[in-house]
Design a protein around this ligand. Structure first.
Ligand SMILES: Nc1ncnc2c1ncn2[C@@H]1O[C@H](COP(=O)(O)OP(=O)(O)OP(=O)(O)O)[C@@H](O)[C@H]1O
Ligand SMILES: [Mg+2]
Length: 258
């Protein structure tokens, strides 16, 4: 679904992404791991159109999308998670879902300013938001103010926002950071169900190796701006180069804690 060819993103003379080539298979949940500063988030930012690449190519479903801005990629169904903007904290969870701009082809302004359509669209959006909340098993927080929900619930609402936009491919950067075990399991389940039942493709950055091992295949490892390895989660943990990148030589794979 995504093919990255010899991608570079430099900051001055520093090569944060230094010649990355990889593919994200349609229908996969691809993990992206690597030590702090490996260039994972920078790569995501380039893929999501938030940073132009220094050089290289990004193909989406056979189309060259290199350097396209986020809204153009959004229209093609390629999304990063939407963080809940600070100013939306006083709105309810359901309203936050309803605020997601319509997907490709539908103009936001046309939709919202054609008077007769407003009520109908609002009902449609509301039904869709409720369906999304049910899918994510968080219907009980529909009327909570977004500012009052927990960090883990916010991550689920962010996932919900990608569902509102009918995404085809979703990038999640450290979705598990600061989230408790129970909610992390709910998030893992939601990702797997979206993948299996709705055909979403995911690329997931996460430091929690249990989480990665449970839902991702394949796992791509980055270090110092380059791809070091790509394999199944089990094999990645046995990979000498990967262990070395994290810990230096002479440590057992079982002790890898990324
Ligand atoms: N805007 C920027 N200007 C200069 N350097 C940057 C910029 N963004 C990132 N970097 C540098 O690029 C390197 C890669 O950063 P990046 O955030 O992509 O790493 P990461 O793999 O996501 O790390 P982490 O696991 O800690 O989130 C780091 O050394 C970082 O300091
Ligand atoms: Mg990062």
């Amino acid at each position: 679904m995504i093919r990255v060819e010899n991608l570079h993103r430099h900051f001055g003379s520093f090569r944060a992404v230094d010649g990355v080539s990889l593919t994200i298979r349609q229908g996969s949940i691809t993990g992206l791991i690597g030590p702090n500063g490996a260039g994972k988030s920078t790569l995501f930012n380039v893929l999501a159109g938030r940073l132009p690449p220094t050089s290289g190519k990004v193909m989406l479903a056979g189309e060259d999308v290199t350097g396209l801005p986020p809204h153009a990629l959004y229209a093609k169904g390629l999304l990063r998670t939407f963080q809940i903007a600070h100013e939306f904290g006083s709105m309810t969870v359901r309203e936050n879902l309803m605020m997601v701009p319509p997907q490709a082809g539908e103009s936001l302004w046309a939709t919202w300013f054609q008077r007769g359509r407003i009520a109908k669209d609002e009902r449609r959006l509301r039904d869709k938001a409720d369906e999304v909340l049910e899918f994510l098993t968080i219907s009980h927080i529909a009327d909570e103010k977004a500012a009052n929900i927990s960090g883990g619930q916010k991550k689920l609402v962010e996932l919900g926002r990608t569902m509102m936009a009918d995404a085809r491919i979703v990038f999640l950067d450290e979705v598990g950071a600061g989230v408790n075990r129970t909610l992390l399991n709910t998030i893992a389940d939601a990702i797997q169900r979206l993948n299996r039942e709705r055909g979403y493709t995911f690329c997931v950055i996460e430091h929690d190796m249990d989480f990665i091992g449970r839902i991702c295949d394949p796992v791509i490892v980055m270090a110092a701006g380059r791809v070091l390895a790509e394999d199944t989660p089990d094999n990645i943990l046995q990979n000498e180069a990967v262990i070395e990148a994290y810990l230096g030589t002479g440590r057992k794979a079982g002790t890898v804690n990324v």
